[in-house]
Design a protein around this ligand. Sequence first.
Ligand code: HEC
Length: 248
Amino acid sequence: MRKTVLWVGIFAVLVLSMGVLDIEVSAGESEKLLARAIADYLVAGRTVIAVNQSIINDPSRGDSRFTPSVYDTLVRHEFRTLTGMDISDLHKGSDDPFASNLRSLHESAMGVISMFQARINRPGGGFKGVNPAMFGTWVGQNFNRKTGIILKQTSLKYRATYNQPDDFEISILKQYESSRKATPYYEETLENGKTFARYIVPLYITSECLACHGEPEGELDMTGRAKEGYSEGQLRGGISVVVPVGGK
Ligand code: HEC
């Protein structure tokens, strides 16, 4: 009798642990977490640039007020608030793809801020070519060269051809447009026999965006591009992440 109970117990533990293991190893799960963290990081970094935009542009502040180390401190805080994760912890367990890819992303961003430094410190007013969109573009391209992971900002009304949405992004952005408040979207797609973890976060127009993306449509903004004529609350586009499942 006791033996039967024991065997039933062992059997139950086995079945339960198989269930748990099954979740852990399910294809694409780790890529999904990674894709989400990458998008969150860019949201955090863009926020840091947006919040400091006036310091960056201020002609009287040609004195390194916004340095890589200032960015480093602020983005750590912003990323922790968004995700509960600490970028400092990523230095541990260095071979883990999640930690190593996020570390690469942070290093890419730090490199972009260093590159921006000369422009930021330039005395004189006006737009210095440093804003959330330019930051996102450089970081995404830099990160892509290192990891093969795609990180881009996109829109149905894109300004730069490298931001042009692909068919998948077009279909999600159109769904976003037809819903009042869209939420991030995840899907695993199969393209040419390869699986990709795809994650898209919607970006909405806030008051800070209007100087460049607002009314009147067609007027040139401070960057010399035509404004799209958006108003506050409209969908501007999204941040899109594409992670190959099972490595490159
Ligand atoms: C100082 C001007 C400026 C401001 C302010 C600005 N943007 Fe942009 N935005 C640009 C420029 C310039 C590009 C093209 C970037 C490139 O060439 O990669 C762009 C591109 C984008 C893109 C990529 C799609 C495309 O059109 O190529 C998105 C998404 C975007 N901006 C969203 C926003 C949001 C959301 C805000 C407000 C939170 C904002 N932008 C504020 C200038 C600005």
